[in-house]
Design a protein around this ligand. Structure first.
Ligand code: DAH
Length: 334
């Protein structure tokens, strides 16, 4: 049997290649293909006889059949190219390329960054409390960043190691309190403004610090403003932001050159205290330096870290997650 099969196979191959060569158009080529490779074609029948062979011959005979199949297939492809694609049964490459029945590829959707989401919520809440949003430059002069805020020339906050100084007396602003001075210089009281924006400090990056972050500054200047107004404003803000009675606010005595008295703003929520920013009553020296009469007007101010508020809102343990642009993190806030 093995002798006979060898001969049969060579014959089949030779006959097939000849028939392919002689095919004069697409449809005769197609009938040659069906006759050899089709379901009832010669090679299929040969394969079916494989079972009758002694087991030790099956593998090598099967491999030979495959070689013939491949050679015939190649010859068919070549002939098809030569004759043009006259046959309906053979789809053209272009038709194969676009399969409109396949499911589409969905584009990846982006979402607002959590810091911007929280900044918007903060702005909306203060907006409801009557605060107007103002903007200020990120490149500042020393007057608006320090001097106008009652920060003397020899103060540690002005140290070159604590700031990103540029040329002349310019620096990347280290706080949004700069906007207080700009607003008071240009607008007579009563004032009720907030100024959200970026600030820059050469801090070592860790779980709660970065060299660039966002603050939201608040300033109220009016007649008869007291520390009670300040506290009520911040308390109302955090109550509306977190909507949770378990939240507590603590104003911890502190010092800032531009407020007197001054306090740190601490938030207790989800089992721990976290520092959110600073606040106080606007120092009379600050009012005087911008030409506002401290005998008539009083004011309060506060500066909140927007990243800190974001971390508290979403229970984010490390500020660095906010800057790494990892979509697995960002997608959780879409
Ligand atoms: N500018 C301060 C800082 O960056 C925060 C601050 C404290 C702002 C007290 C204020 C304030 O308006 O009254 O640390």
């Amino acid at each position: 049997m093995s002798e006979g099969s060898q001969v049969d196979l060579d014959r089949i191959e030779a006959d097939a290649l000849q028939a392919i060569e002689q095919a004069s158009d697409g449809s005769s080529l197609e009938s040659v293909r069906v006759g050899i490779l089709g379901k009832k074609g010669t090679l299929k029948q040969v394969l079916r006889s494989l079972g009758a062979l002694p087991p030790e011959q099956r593998a090598s005979f099967g491999a030979r059949v495959n070689v013939v199949k491949e050679r015939v297939g190649t010859a068919l492809e070549e002939a098809k190219g030569r004759l043009g694609s006259g046959s309906k049964a053979a789809p053209t490459a272009a038709r194969r390329a676009t399969d409109v029945t396949l499911p589409g590829q969905m584009p990846q959707r982006g979402s607002r960054h959590p810091v911007h989401q929280v900044a918007s919520r903060m702005i909306r809440i203060f907006g409801n409390l009557g605060f107007q949003v103002v903007d200020g430059p990120e490149v500042e002069d020393e007057w608006h960043n320090f001097t106008g805020l009652n920060i003397p020339v020899d103060h540690i906050a002005r140290d070159p190691a604590e700031n990103f100084y540029l040329e002349d007396d310019l620096l990347m602003r280290s706080q949004t309190s700069t906007v207080q001075v700009r607003v008071m210089e240009s607008t007579p009281p009563p004032l009720r403004i907030i100024a959200p924006g970026k600030v820059f400090r050469p801090d070592t990056v860790d779980a709660t610090h970065s060299y660039m972050f966002n603050q939201l500054e608040g300033l109220v200047v009016d007649e008869g403003m007291t520390f009670g107004h300040l506290k009520a404003t911040l308390l109302t803000f955090f109550q509306q932001l977190l909507q949770d009675d378990a939240m507590k606010l603590r104003l911890r005595p502190s010092f800032f050159p531009f407020t007197e008295p001054s306090a740190e703003v601490d938030l207790y929520w989800r089992g721990g205290w976290m520092e959110m920013g600073g606040c106080g009553m606007v120092d009379p020296n600050v009012l005087q330096s911008v030409g506002i009469d401290p005998e008539r007007w009083t004011g309060f101010a506060f500066g909140l870290g927007i990243e800190r508020v974001t971390m508290a809102s979403f229970n984010i343990p490390d500020i660095r997650y906010l800057y790494e642009n990892d979509v697995r993190f960002l997608q959780q806030f879409s």
